[in-house]
Design a protein around this ligand. Structure first.
Ligand code: SF4
Length: 316
C-alpha cells in the first residue's frame, strides 16, 4: 500500500551509537538511521515515543557516517551493533539506503558485527559489501503473514511478506545467516493454525531454519493507534484479547498488557510442534515472555561475540 510521507535530512546531535537497554540487546550497541519510519505498522511502539515525528514525516540522520567514523574507532573490534531498535534502515528511499550502506560499511570495515531486524528488502547493490563481510552480519526478517491484506492492514507502508522472504533468499545466497521473527502475533489474524502453517512452509522453502516468536504487547499509545487506524470491529476484537485491566512491567520500564499466559503457552507450543515437523527451530522470545518457562533469549547464544563493554562510546 502506498502511504505518502516526506523525508527531511537532519544532523544528529547526540552520538550515533547508544548502548541498548532492553533484554538480550543489552550486550550490544544500537543505531537508528532515521527518526520515524514510513512503514507505519499499527502496533509500532516507537511511534509513541515523545521524539517521534508526526505521521507523514521521517527524519534522516544524514551525518551518521561522519559520527561513526569517530565512534566506531573507540569500540573494541567485534562489537555487536544492532540496527533498527526504533526505526527501519531498509525503507525504500535512495537517500536512506545510501546512509544505511555507508554506515554499515564503516562498521564492518572497522571489524564490528552488525545485526539487523527488518521488514524491508536489502537492495541488490549491497551485494559486494555483504558478501565480503558475511561472517560479520546477522539478519532477521520480520514476517508474520504472507497475506497481502494482512500487511496492508497492519503494516501499510512495508513490503508485503512475500517480498521480504525473497529478500531473505538473496541474503542467504550471499552467505549471511538469516532468521525469521514472527512478532507480533496478532490474535485471530496471524496466530491461526492455517496462517502459521503457510508461513512456516514458505520460511522452510527459503532455507531459514530458525524463527523467534512473540505475541503482540499493548502499550497505551499502541491502543490509541489500533483504535485510530483499524476498522472499529477489528480493533475491538483484538483489544478483547487483553482482558486483564491492570498494566505490567515486562522486561523494560514500559507498562504493557499481554495476551493471557495460558493462551500464549498453548499457541507457542503449537507453533513449536509445527516448526519441529518442518525442521525449523522455534524460540519463544524471553525478553517479551519472561513468564513462559520454555522461552529463551534469542541473541545471547546466536554467535555474537563477547566484547569488553565501554561505558559509552566517546567522541574524539
Ligand atoms: S518497521 Fe519497525 S520501526 Fe517501522 S513502523 Fe514498523 S515496527 Fe515501527
Amino acid at each position: 500500500m502506498c502511504i505518502s510521507w516526506r523525508l527531511i535530512p537532519i544532523d544528529k546531535r547526540s552520538p550515533a551509537l547508544h548502548q541498548a537497554e532492553f533484554g538480550c540487546l543489552k550486550r550490544a550497541y544500537a543505531i537508528n538511521v532515521t527518526r520515524g519510519c514510513s512503514f507505519y505498522c499499527i502496533y509500532c511502539y516507537a511511534r509513541g515515543y515523545a521524539i517521534a515525528p508526526s505521521k507523514g514525516t521521517v527524519y534522516l540522520y544524514q551525518n551518521l557516517p561522519l559520527l561513526l567514523q569517530k565512534e566506531a574507532r573507540r569500540l573494541p573490534m567485534g562489537t555487536p551493533i544492532i540496527f533498527n531498535t526504533a526505526s527501519e534502515c531498509f525503507q525504500n528511499h535512495p537517500h536512506i539506503l545510501e546512509i544505511t550502506y555507508r554506515s554499515m560499511a564503516i562498521l564492518l570495515r572497522r571489524g564490528h558485527h552488525i545485526n539487523f531486524l527488518t521488514k524491508g528488502v536489502v537492495p541488490k547493490w549491497f551485494k559486494d559489501l555483504f558478501c565480503r563481510y558475511h561472517h560479520h552480519i546477522q539478519a532477521t526478517i520480520d514476517v508474520v503473514s504472507l497475506k497481502e491484506n494482512y500487511c496492508n492492514l497492519f503494516e501499510p507502508g512495508a513490503p508485503i511478506g512475500k517480498k521480504r522472504l525473497e529478500g531473505a533468499i538473496r541474503l542467504l545466497n550471499w552467505g549471511i545467516p538469516v532468521k525469521a521473527r514472527l512478532d507480533p502475533l496478532i490474535p485471530f489474524f496471524s496466530d491461526t493454525q492455517e496462517n502459521i502453517e503457510n508461513l512456516l512452509l514458505a520460511i522452510k522453502d527459503c532455507g531459514i531454519r530458525k524463527i523467534i516468536i512473540s505475541y503482540l504487547e499493548l502499550r497505551p499509545r499502541i491502543i490509541e493507534q489500533l483504535r485510530q487506524e483499524l476498522p472499529a470491529s477489528i480493533a475491538k476484537l483484538i483489544l478483547g484479547c487483553f482482558p486483564k485491566p491492570s498494566w505490567d512491567r515486562v522486561g523494560s520500564k514500559t507498562l504493557c498488557k499481554q495476551v493471557p499466559l495460558s493462551i500464549r503457552k498453548k499457541v507457542y507450543q503449537r507453533i513449536r510442534q509445527q516448526g519441529e515437523k518442518l525442521g525449523i527451530k522455534v524460540v519463544v522470545c524471553r525478553c517479551k515472555n519472561p513468564d513462559v518457562s520454555f522461552s529463551q533469549y534469542c541473541l545471547s547464544k546466536s554467535g555474537l561475540p563477547k566484547y569488553k563493554r565501554l561505558s559509552q562510546p566517546v567522541l574524539l
